[in-house]
Design a protein around this ligand. Structure first.
Ligand code: 16G
Ligand code: ZN
Length: 531
């Protein structure tokens, strides 16, 4: 096998530091950039195998999302634009950790186990974020693809969701859209402009949005989008990478965890603002009121806004489709209560990590999924899309039903169904607020968040904590859950859970209660119980 010889030679240029062990985690590999060169080369190999196996284009994204600039990471994208199937994550870990001299054996093992026809062509799309380490690391991915004889297309600087989109477009022969940045911007902006036509008499203030780009790729790409938006939306872009450091005291993760505005942004009371994370697959909104108080509208508030909009449209269109909202244990208790009891939609809770939410959402006609941290999107089943398209084309229905059907059709087009996408979510949220004539303050009052606190605890081995019930209960170590239950009983409207992080060597603690003091105290007490 000529290719294996090439791999053998090339891998010497991307040697693995002996003894280094890394794992394909919740969202691929993520660690200090200087440990990743061999991982990138090997993920180029794995993507090539995956492409030969699926007979489809596979994506490889080089990014470490909201991690500091010094880190980097890599994740693979499966044919429909979804995350790599979990049964292959293990191969990722195996390939990453096999010592240099055993690489070919490991590679051949995978080929054999998966019965991969090595004579089949392979095609891999590669993208990267703005980190200073990304160019050389993405070159290592390209080297890996080439060594195994795969074809690659380098999209260069793109957001993570943009690369997911390209992969999906490519494998659906353009049915999902055109696999180019221009195709992405025109699909989304045209849908936005169609939706915005349903908003009446908006003032310039209502059209204005402040965007914190986390000094990352999102800022670059939202600027490219801007020229397609005409005057429907006026963006002020902050933290665009020209001065500040990536994710440093800015971006969606900082704003959500710290519950305060990012640096580098000047906001006046009432201004509508949003923050992207470092690879633009998350978004949160916020504003400050006249007293200077900060108000956060996180993934839960976004899911509520979007699902109530969709539910109203389904009613108006007279379409009987099952809609559900998928959340994780981090969802604020008030949001779950509001969705179940006031909106009366089905709510599901899954483990943390996009792939879990994505799979749960696929079980419904319309699945709205959001993590509280701002990662989320909406999935429409094929059947649901078909019914909506059919109704939108029906000439025998009344104006109200027609209008609702057209709004649903454009909503489908504005959404990136492959993965959470800050740019696409932003456009959808802006369109909904415009159509409803709703201010960010009005949106915020749909329900009030329970005060909450997140803490992280360093322990010697986080794996001693095992959880069940979508991470809401700890089964090991013995006695921990009982201790948490006893602490929770001391407070009103309280809830708390602990889980080992999938991306950092820490245990995460979440607590909510009737007041901020109580949420803080509970989180602190639970973190002591974890030691
Ligand atoms: C990753 C996940 C995100 C999750 C986070 C949890 C993807 C694309 N990203 O960033 O969904 O919220 O990990 O991190 O799946 P943690 O396990 O460290 O709390
Ligand atoms: Zn991200």
């Amino acid at each position: 096998m000529a290719h294996f010889k090439e791999v053998s030679q090339q891998s010497g240029l991307h040697p693995k530091p002996a003894g280094l062990v890394l794992q394909y985690g919740t969202a691929g590999f993520r660690t200090s950039a200087n440990q990743l060169d061999h991982i990138m080369f090997r993920m180029g190999l794995l993507a090539t195998l995956r492409s030969k196996k699926t007979k489809a284009t596979i994506g490889v994204m080089v990014t470490a999302s909201h991690n500091p600039e010094e880190d980097n990471g890599v994740k693979l994208i499966d044919p429909m634009g979804e995350m790599l199937t979990s049964s292959w994550e293990g191969y990722g870990t195996q390939l990453a950790n096999t010592e240099q001299e055993d690489l070919l054996t490991t590679l051949k093992d995978i080929v054999e186990k998966e019965a991969i026809d090595m004579s089949h062509e392979a095609s891999v799309f590669v993208g990267k974020d703005t980190r200073s380490s990304s160019p050389s690391l993405s070159q290592a991915v390209l080297d890996g693809i080439k060594a195994l004889g795969g074809h690659s297309k380098d999209y260069g600087l793109v957001t993570t969701p943009q690369l997911h989109y390209m992969v999906c477009c490519q494998n659906t022969q353009g049915k999902y859209g055109e696999a180019t940045l221009e195709g992405y911007y025109s699909k989304l902006s045209q849908a936005f402009s169609q939706l915005a036509k349903n908003a009446s008499n908006r003032t310039d203030d209502q059209k204005h949005l402040c965007v914190d780009g986390a000094n990352g790729i999102g800022a670059v790409k939202v600027r490219e989008l801007e020229s397609h938006l005409k005057k429907d939306l006026q963006l002020s872009i902050f933290n665009d990478g020209s001065r500040g450091k990536l994710n440093h005291q800015c971006g969606a993760d900082f704003v959500k965890v710290q519950q305060k505005p990012p640096i580098g942004i000047k906001i006046n009371p009432g201004d509508r603002c949003c923050s992207f994370d470092g690879d633009a697959d998350r978004i949160v909104y916020y504003y400050t009121d006249s007293k200077g108080h900060f108000h956060l509208l996180d993934g839960d508030k976004i899911a509520t806004l979007i699902s109530s909009f969709l539910k109203e449209l389904l009613n108006e269109a007279g379409l009987d489709l099952k809609i559900a909202v998928v959340q994780t244990a981090y969802a604020n208790g008030s949001s779950t209560h509001y969705l179940e009891n006031t909106m009366k939609v089905i709510v599901r809770c899954t483990k943390t990590g996009v792939k879990h939410l994505h799979h749960a959402a696929q079980e419904f006609d319309i699945g709205v999924y959001f993590e509280a941290n701002g990662h989320g999107t909406v999935l429409f089943s094929r059947g649901a899309e078909g019914k909506i398209q059919q109704l939108a084309a029906d000439t025998n229905i009344n104006d109200e039903r027609k209008k609702a059907a057209l709004l649903l059709q454009n909503t489908i087009n504005i959404i990136n169904q492959t993965v959470g996408d800050a740019i696409s979510d932003m456009l959808l949220i802006e369109a909904i607020l415009a159509i409803k004539g709703m201010t960010v303050q009005q949106w915020d009052t749909i329900y009030s968040d329970l005060p909450n606190r997140q803490l992280k605890v360093k322990v010697s081995d986080r794996r001693v904590i095992e959880t069940t019930d979508a991470e809401r209960r700890a089964v090991t170590p013995a006695g921990l859950q009982d201790a948490i239950n006893d602490l929770v009983k001391k407070y009103k409207q309280a809830r708390s859970f602990v889980r080992p992080s999938g991306t950092e060597d820490v245990v995460r603690v979440y607590a909510e209660a009737d007041t901020q003091e109580n949420a803080d105290a509970l989180a602190h007490e639970v973190s002591l119980a974890v030691y």
